[in-house]
Design a protein around this ligand. Sequence first.
Ligand code: B12
Length: 363
Amino acid sequence: MESLSHDLVAELIQGSSSGFAALASSRLIERHPAVTQVYGSSAFSSWRFSLESWLLELAAAVRDELPALLGSHCEWMATTFEARGVKTRHLELAIACLGEVLGEELPPGGAESIAPFFEAAQVALKGRSSALECSTSADAIDVTTAGGKLATSFLRAALESDRAAARQLIQEALAKNGQSSQQLVTDVLLAAQRELGRLWQRDEVSIAEEHVVTEITRDLIRELLRTEARSPTNGHTVVAASVDGDGHDLGIRTLADLFELEGWRTVYVGTDVPRDEIVRAVEIYQAHLVALSGSLSQHREMIAQTIATIRSQVDRTVKVLVGGRAFDREGELWRRVGADGYARTLRAGVVKGRELLGIPEAP
Ligand code: B12
């Protein structure tokens, strides 16, 4: 049987992800009633939600022809599920049901195209004695460093919603340790955000606590960067946004702030911004550079579409810089969305933006 093109299969999976997830969830619950244990009466909607999101990640991996991407997503998912008492075995059963549904529903050749992805998922899930320790360690705070210790204390205060104490810790570090505001932002506040994500994944903090910390962090980043000296204007404009579907804003907003300190005129449009509105912002503000952020693999396709729309609708040359976790797992993913450049960190992003426009470093 000839296999279908990866792009077409990805499109079909993404377009019908909600229906496929519903079919697989009802099959899963009917065949393996034990999978309802943790969720009780909301089992169907919970499984459907998780499987739909898994299918979107599958579509992203299929599009880029990278089964390993789905493997690492499965590890992330197993960790997250295990922390909430859902067995990895149940996840395996759920994915098997999805495999069956896709085999029945995709046109001839579809199942062949996605077989390597299901194999990668199986390999990633098989033989995991404890998922919990595997995929959360990279984001942990390094408590052996001064910055790590400060990030831990800050996070503790912020989790208590003790805004004054959290602020005082950072202000004291600014006054005493000779660290710059930018360093405190990137090495302490954003490190605390990553640890916060790790704690959420391990079910040790709730979404409500995450929101509380994120708000305190956002205010402090703004306050800290306001005190930094600003370079003279370089005459260039950058439009920054997270694309449609992506609700994470601290990374991209802080990047916009750093560009501003370097003398750029910055236009921060926000999160979850529809493709056409990003293009509109490029036109209204006559941007020279667009910085786009994506947090999950499934956001890459919208970034690709946004860049294609900019290229086709804007007459001037506009450079596009991308970043975010959606690109961090594999070095070359940024090229596939049609961007001009990528950076892993915010500082490197500002340097890359300057390079793309041929702007000399500010004195
Ligand atoms: C806060 C938060 C949220 C908040 C966001 C609120 C807000 N206003 O931003 C809310 C609650 C909305 C949220 C939702 C979700 N989240 Co969330 N979230 C986080 C958390 C804890 C912090 C995000 C943050 O501020 N990070 C700090 C920034 C600076 O780091 P960063 O985004 O990684 O960016 C770095 C680089 O990538 C780079 N960068 C980023 N963008 C750009 C752009 C350019 C151009 C450049 C050059 C560089 C660059 O700069 C940073 C350098 O350190 C992270 C944990 C984490 N590790 O980040 C999880 C995290 C990102 N979320 C995660 C998940 C799974 C989700 C949800 C899917 C959960 C769910 N089931 O609903 C949803 C998705 C929502 C959506 N539609 O996007 C996962 C992603 C896992 C994965 N597969 O990679 C994480 C990693 C948590 C975890 N450990 O599991 N989340």
